[in-house]
Structure formats: C-alpha cells, structure tokens
Design a protein around this ligand. Structure first.
Ligand SMILES: Nc1ncnc2c1ncn2[C@@H]1O[C@H](COP(=O)(O)OP(=O)(O)OP(=O)(O)O)[C@@H](O)[C@H]1O
Ligand SMILES: [Mg+2]
Length: 261
C-alpha cells in the first residue's frame, strides 16, 4: 500500500485515532496521578493541623481551624474528582463473560439496597425470566449501573420509587431504570453525557460519560427520556452476541458484537 493509500484508508485512520486517544488518555491519567501525590501530602498535613487545633478555645485558633476544614473539604473534592477522572479516562481491557443480565442487575440492586432504604426509595424490579445470554464485563457493567442508580437517588432527595426492568428486544436485551425524581429540562438533557457537565454542587459530571463509555464498550447504547418534576428513564440496550465464545474473551475497548443494537 502506498503512503497516500495508507493515510486515507479508513481502517488505518481509525487505528491512528485509537492510538492518539490511548496516548492522550495515558498522559491525562499520568497527570492525574502526579497531582494525587502532592494532594495527599497536603491533605495529610491539613489533617494534622486540624488535630492540633481541635481542642483550642482561642477565637483566633478556632478561625484557623475553620479555614483548615475548608481546605480539607476541597482536598477531598479534588481527590474524588481525580479518582472519577481516572476511572473515566482509563482504557479498559474488558473481560467479557457470557452472563444472565438479570443476575448482574440483582447483584447491583443488592449493593444499592441499604442506600435506597436510607433514602426512602422503594426499589421495584420487573426482570424478564427468558432473557438471552449477553456478554458482560461484570465489574465495569456494575460500575456503570451503580452510577445510574446513584444519580436516581440524588434526584430523589425526599425519597421516591426506582423501577428496574429488563426485557428482550429484537436485537438483544434492554434494561430500564425509571425514577420518580426531579427530572431534567431540555437544556440539561442536551449535555448530560458530556464530561464534566454537572448541575450538582460538588458533582464531577463524570458518572454518565463513564457509564456511556462502558455500555458502548459492550457494543450497546444508552438512551434517556425525562420530564421536569416527574422523573427520568434511562434505557440500556445490549446486543446478543453472534456466537458465545468457548472461553472468556478479553478485548481492549472493543465491542463484543459488531452488529449495532
Ligand atoms: N436520574 C436523574 N434525574 C435527574 N437528573 C439527572 C439524573 N441523572 C443525571 N442527571 C443530570 O445529569 C447530570 C450529569 O450526571 P453525571 O452522573 O454525569 O454527573 P453528576 O452526577 O453531576 O456528578 P458525578 O460525577 O458525581 O456522577 C447531573 O448533574 C444531573 O443534572
Ligand atoms: Mg452522577
């Protein structure tokens, strides 16, 4: 192949883009790590300072303590942001296993139950019994689902209901999460999958982009419908694999099935 052909060949363009993305993700990840180290030193020293002033009765030292607490809180926020960013940016090596979607959903529901109870959220599940097997990287898929459930919980500060439903579709399986939370307006809906978009105080805006990336890494897609003041519905579509692998497959960020869901 000539140089020109190679440069304009869609497959090699695609490969170059993947390489560039991987390199940028690697650099961004390395930068985040570099920031984390001095940040934890700052945090440790702030914790020590707070301890020293904790018992103080002098007004001046109480004022210093209040300021130290602000720095502690901001350090904590930065640390969470960096962890979320590392989780978002990392190039995942998916370990796809033939899985019953319901089983994966039940495990996440079990994890989420105590939080839901505390937040006065009623969890309702309608899980179809005859779902075809799909390929899931259990850990990554759990993380994606948990992000969606946390958002639902945060959208229902006074409690509510979260319905989790699974069903077969023509091309695969679907999973719906329907909450009775605050909902979103059109403007918000347009941006929710963008990295760092958040309407929450202290939100990093990486939960949904991370979930989307994971679901697309499974060859699936995620859609949303929402009504302000009424609630939100997220739907995850996953494809049925053309054939189930004899053994587990480990693929770097590529879909288990080439067919679109
Ligand atoms: N179930 C929901 N109900 C209402 N709004 C939602 C819901 N899920 C997401 N959103 C909106 O989408 C925005 C982006 O969500 P995303 O999970 O990416 O970030 P975040 O929750 O703000 O921060 P974090 O990084 O901590 O998850 C939220 O700030 C919120 O405005
Ligand atoms: Mg979130």
């Amino acid at each position: 192949m000539s140089d020109f052909q190679e440069l304009s060949d869609p497959q090699s363009i695609n490969q170059r883009l993947v390489d560039q993305y991987t390199e940028i993700a690697r650099l961004a990840g390395a930068l985040a790590h570099e920031i984390k180290n001095p940040l934890s030193t700052i945090r440790l020293n702030m914790d020590l300072m707070a301890e020293e002033f904790a018992e103080s009765e002098s007004p001046r030292e109480r004022r210093v303590l209040a300021k130290v607490r602000v720095v502690q809180r901001e350090c904590q926020r930065l640390q969470e942001l960096l962890d979320n960013f590392l989780d978002f940016a990392k190039v995942r090596r998916y370990n796809f296993q033939p899985t019953d979607l319901n089983q994966g959903v039940r495990q996440v529901l079990e994890l989420f139950k105590p939080k839901a109870q505390q937040a006065k959220i009623e969890l309702v599940d309608y899980l179809a019994s005859d779902l075809p097997t799909v390929l899931l990287d259990r850990e990554a898929f759990h993380a994606a689902l948990l992000n969606l459930m946390l958002n639902a919980e945060q959208a229902m500060p006074d409690g509510g209901q979260l319905v989790v439903r699974t069903y077969s579709t023509v091309q695969g399986v679907a999973l719906e999460l329907i909450d009775t939370g605050c909902g979103m307006d059109e403007e918000t809906l347009e941006h929710i999958f963008e990295a760092f978009f958040s309407t929450k105080k202290g939100g990093s805006g990486l939960g949904l982009p991370t979930a989307k990336k994971i679901i697309e890494g499974h060859g699936g897609r995620i859609t949303v419908r929402s009504e302000l003041g009424r609630g939100t519905q997220f739907t995850i579509h996953l494809p049925i694999p053309r054939q189930l692998p004899a053994e587990s497959s480990s693929v770097a960020a590529s879909a288990p099935s080439a067919s679109s869901p």
